[in-house]
Design a protein around this ligand. Structure first.
Ligand code: SF4
Length: 62
């Protein structure tokens, strides 16, 4: 499973990083960045939770 953040939509609230810091990291541009390319099975649930926590639905996965 791969996640991505739409930088146009991201408002920099850091909710995703709060839920799943292993996958999402806030950077100097005040946007969330995905720091793992392919998410392991153990992290999937937490990464999906982070996706759900995003108030502007900027996170998607495939
Ligand atoms: S939860 Fe959504 S809006 Fe907030 S930092 Fe993460 S991607 Fe951006």
């Amino acid at each position: 499973m791969k996640f991505k953040v739409d930088k146009e939509l991201c408002i920099g609230c850091a909710a995703c990083e709060g839920v799943c810091p292993q996958v999402f990291e806030m950077r100097d541009d005040d946007k969330a960045h995905v720091i793992i390319d392919t998410i392991s099975a153990e992290l999937e649930e937490s990464a999906l939770e982070a996706e759900e926590s995003c108030p502007v639905e900027a996170i998607s996965h495939e």
